[in-house]
Ligand binder design. Structure first.
Ligand code: SF4
Ligand code: SF4
Length: 371
């Protein structure tokens, strides 16, 4: 009865999927250890730093008995594809606000309902940041299966889903786990990945994933060998979900917060590259695009312009050679080397004479050698 009431409340506050899993040691824990051992977490040190905490949800909430798993569909209508000088932003960041805040509000409403029903119960809401294997618990709660692209998929909703969890010390009746998987012989996601980031089905080498390179790797240069594969992605990457047949008919979300912002769909890479710190804060503070910070985002814009192969981007890239952030200057040098031409080369040579940063000097040398 309590679980049924809780699920009804979850739907009222706007969750599309809800299920209950028992608070057990997740099956995927040993796979996580193996994944970390293989180095696939890259520079995301916050995962190995608290590995043991992923072993059981009791490390997230002491005395936990149930994990209520929730999902919201964030699919909206697709905007037009990018034109020259524009780049793409991952779907989850199209809206005007950070989804974590929105989901936390909804989790708060759900927790309030439970506390009113069972005074004295204990709860903790989780969106992304706690050491909880959310996809494993979502499968255990019957929400869907984990696809070869490592993302949770529901037959009706597809995979454009934000996951959240409400942990509680109450014993709620669990749902049946989602025991079947429906990828079959399909390998579209594995074949379409531009940087070959899946060493095998169901395993992602985050170090090669564009969403890692252009978001998590925010304070250092992207490895040269992976830059071309980043294509026109300015923030994140959706390729392995875009090609998934289970997303073809996924319904459109009614949540206004997910409606695409005009300036991100697509985004003007040249305007990004001219953004001051103040403009960056004004446009993106409190949104997912804040995560790579200004320097990371402008670095991504320079790489996208280099990949586009359009020499009309040379003037803005030359301006970026004087950017205060070495990360931006280095990426601009790489892009100018890729575009080539007389004005790119003379700007690189002029900057080389005054460039104080050794890493940027080396980027310029490589760019000049490539020209
Ligand atoms: Fe590959 Fe993009 Fe999927 Fe990452 S998000 S695994 S780069 S297709
Ligand atoms: Fe599974 Fe195919 Fe979707 Fe990949 S693209 S997750 S293999 S159904």
């Amino acid at each position: 009865m309590l679980a049924a009431g809780l699920k009804a409340c979850a739907r009222r506050v706007g969750f599309d999927l809800v299920g209950v899993a028992p608070a057990v040691a997740p099956e995927g824990f040993h796979e996580l250890l193996d994944w970390i051992d293989r180095g696939y977490a890259g520079s995301m040190e916050y995962i190995p730093r608290r590995t043991e905490a992923y072993a059981h949800p009791e490390h997230v909430l002491d005395g936990v008995r149930s994990v209520v798993m929730l999902a919201i569909n964030y699919r909206t209508d697709d905007p037009r594809p990018p034109a020259a000088g524009e780049g793409r932003v991952s779907r989850y960041a199209w809206g005007g606000r950070d989804y974590h805040d929105l989901l936390r509000e909804k989790l708060g409403a759900l927790a309030d309902w439970l506390h009113a029903e069972v005074p004295g119960c204990r709860t903790r809401g989780v969106v992304d940041t706690a050491p909880l294997l959310e996809r494993d618990f979502a499968r255990l709660a019957g929400l869907g299966w984990i696809g070869k692209n490592t993302v949770l998929i529901d037959r009706r909703m597809g995979s454009w889903l934000f996951l959240a969890a409400l942990l509680t010390d109450l014993e709620l009746e669990p749902d049946a786990p989602h025991e079947t998987a429906h990828c079959g012989t399909c390998t579209r996601c594995l074949d379409a990945c531009p940087t070959d980031a899946f060493p095998e089905p169901y395993v992602l080498d985050a170090r090669k994933c564009i969403a890692y390179l252009n978001i998590e790797l925010r304070d250092r240069p992207v490895p040269v060998a992976l830059r071309e594969g980043m294509g026109d992605w300015l923030f994140g990457c959706d390729v392995c979900q875009d090609v998934c047949p289970w997303n073809r008919k996924s319904p459109r979300s009614a949540e206004l917060a997910f409606a695409p912002r005009a300036d991100l769909n697509p985004a003007d890479a040249r305007a990004f590259l001219r953004m001051s710190e103040a403009e960056f804060r004004w446009r993106f503070r409190g949104t997912p695009l804040d995560r790579p910070k200004r320097a990371g985002l402008l670095r991504n814009a320079a790489i996208a312009l280099g990949n586009a192969g359009d020499r009309s981007a040379v003037p803005v890239l030359v301006e970026a050679l004087a950017d205060p952030a070495p990360l931006v200057r280095g990426a601009a040098a790489w892009a100018l080397g890729k575009l080539g031409g007389e004005s790119a080369e003379s700007a690189l040579a002029a900057r080389r004479r005054i460039e104080p940063d050794e890493v940027v000097q080396s980027e310029i040398d490589d760019a000049l050698a490539a020209g």
